[in-house]
Design a protein around this ligand. Structure first.
Ligand SMILES: NC(=O)c1ccc[n+]([C@@H]2O[C@H](COP(=O)([O-])OP(=O)(O)OC[C@H]3O[C@@H](n4cnc5c(N)ncnc54)[C@H](OP(=O)(O)O)[C@@H]3O)[C@@H](O)[C@H]2O)c1
Length: 290
């Protein structure tokens, strides 16, 4: 059993912190900007709350963060009330936010100055993966730090991999999002075409999902796409944030991502349609708009 702090109890963080308490059996203290959510969490799982990130992180062996973007992450880690000012030497900061590789390197440098370990550890698997404790976690950091953190991360994960030095977890998540952008647009076009051709989409998917066109997106999303339901899942606003990070990184490393850049613009159209919080599969709604 370890002393653990968890900062950021959103769609993902709330259940992830719950697994650290219940499945991992750890002594968990949480912090959330909107304090009511932290109180709800403590009521549900029986852990403690801290008034600031630094206070929650005090005495912890492992501190997890799962907030929105780079700036949110800086605001809960750096400065007087940030976790790094409360953490003890020898402790490890594990960041589950989907953020840039640059901010991961920035935080690792700030942590090293205080003799604190750092792992960037973005996740994949969505809300259901977090609730069921079966996330895929892509880590960047040194091997010794990773080996200490992995058994703790295991409480909410089915797959935890060390991809390379600090930043490599975020770069791996970028590859993940590049794949998803192309796959979802392809799936949206296929379903759009099938409907126009008068085919029974359920029947078609039952067959082609078992062949070379099959994908997680096809299995998990074809039904709701066919029904025009998008009010759930991984929000378009988050995807645009992720693709923005990807395209910025590609500008720096010279990678050419024409399809990703195009799909990012398509998601801009979905936002214009009012779909900021719609699931990413709403690319089909864009094709079907009048
Ligand atoms: N949802 C998914 O399916 C999914 C899948 C994979 C990865 N991710 C990534 O995981 C991260 C969290 O996603 P989520 O869906 O859990 O988001 P969310 O439900 O919007 O929750 C965001 C959390 O961050 C906190 N936060 C945001 N800005 C903050 C700030 N400046 N200072 C302090 N706290 C702040 C929020 O606090 P309040 O409660 O006070 O707003 C909330 O606890 C994101 O980077 C996202 O891209 C999400």
């Amino acid at each position: 059993m370890a002393k653990v702090a968890f900062i950021g109890l959103g769609v993902m963080g709330f259940p992830m912190a719950g697994h650290l308490k219940q499945k991992g059996g750890h002594d968990v203290t949480v912090y959330n900007r909107t304090a009511a959510k932290a109180e709800d969490w403590a009521k549900k799982f029986g852990g403690k709350t801290g008034a600031t990130p630094a206070e929650a992180a005090k005495d912890a062996d492992f501190v997890f963060t799962c907030v929105g973007n780079d700036d949110d992450l800086r605001s809960v880690t750096l400065g007087e009330t940030g976790v790094l000012s409360g953490m003890k030497p020898g402790a490890i900061l594990i960041d589950n936010t989907t953020a840039s590789a640059d901010v991961a390197r920035e935080l690792a440098a700030a942590a090293t100055e205080k003799n604190i370990g750092f792992i960037d550890a973005p996740v994949s698997g969505g809300q259901a993966g977090a609730e069921n404790g079966v996330l895929t976690v892509m880590c960047g950091g040194d091997e010794a730090t990773f080996n200490k953190a992995k058994p703790v991360i295991d409480a909410f994960a089915r797959m935890v991999g060390l991809m390379g030095p600090v930043g490599s977890g975020q770069l791996t998540k970028m590859m993940n999002q590049i794949c998803i952008a192309g796959i979802v647009q392809g799936l949206a076009e296929s379903i759009h075409f099938g409907k126009r051709a008068g085919l029974d989409i359920e029947k078609v998917v039952e067959v082609i999902s078992k062949g070379a066109a099959g994908s997680w997106q096809m299995e998990a999303r074809h039904k709701t796409m066919n029904e025009g339901k998008y009010d759930f899942g991984f929000a378009v606003d988050w995807m645009r944030k992720d693709l923005g990070i990807v395209l910025e990184e590609a500008r720096n490393n010279g990678a050419k991502l024409p399809l990703t850049a195009l799909v990012d613009q398509f998601y801009g159209d979905v936002q214009d349609m009012g779909g900021n919080r719609w699931d990413t599969s709403s690319l089909l709604a864009r094709l079907e708009r009048k």
